[in-house]
Design a binder for this molecule. Structure first.
Ligand code: RP5
Length: 165
């Protein structure tokens, strides 16, 4: 897949108010060199747009969808119902319920239509998981993920070295 600029990950969110959280998925995909597209699709306010987006995703070349929403977060599950592509759900903390409402809305899918759900507001992990899925058939990407993890390890070791007495 090296050199291929076709978006393989579709990042969608229910509202522009989700962007500060969802941008973190885009950032990690940028870091790993994974082409993606990003837009707003609301399950409740633009249901036809959701139908069109999810229904055409596979044919347009996407291989994973990351969907983030807050509150009554139906976007990931509804997207998953309309495509055979894996969908990763990001619960977004936007209401008085601190994201618990969104988490439960996304994670409690009925058997048959899974959504891989990450922690509240953890769009970084959604991006990483999408990259790992793509990495199963892309050796170069898998190496970049391994290097990223080595970087995480090194940061901890550096902090420990500074802290130790
Ligand atoms: C959800 O409602 C969106 O995903 C967002 O998290 C939440 C609030 O949306 P806005 O009222 O800020 O547009 O559908």
């Amino acid at each position: 897949m090296t050199g291929d600029t076709t978006p393989r990950v579709g990042i969608i969110m229910g509202s522009d108010s989700d962007l500060p959280v969802m941008q973190k998925a885009a950032d990690i995909l940028d870091e790993l060199g994974v082409p993606y597209e990003l837009t707003i699709v609301s399950a409740h306010r633009t249901p036809k747009r959701l139908y069109d987006y999810a229904g055409s995703a596979e044919q347009r070349g996407l291989r994973v969808i990351i969907a983030g929403a807050g509150g009554a977060a139906h976007l990931p599950g509804m997207a998953a119902s309309m495509t055979p592509l894996p969908v990763i759900g990001v619960p977004v903390n936007v209401t008085a319920l601190s994201g618990q409402d969104s988490l439960l809305s996304i994670v409690q899918m009925p058997a048959g239509i899974p959504v891989a759900t990450v922690a509240i507001d953890n769009a970084t992990n959604a991006g990483l998981l999408a990259a790992q899925i793509l990495g199963t058939s892309d050796d170069d990407l898998r190496q970049r993920i391994t290097d990223y993890r080595k970087g995480l390890e090194q940061k901890v070791l550096d902090k420990a070295a500074k802290l130790e007495k």
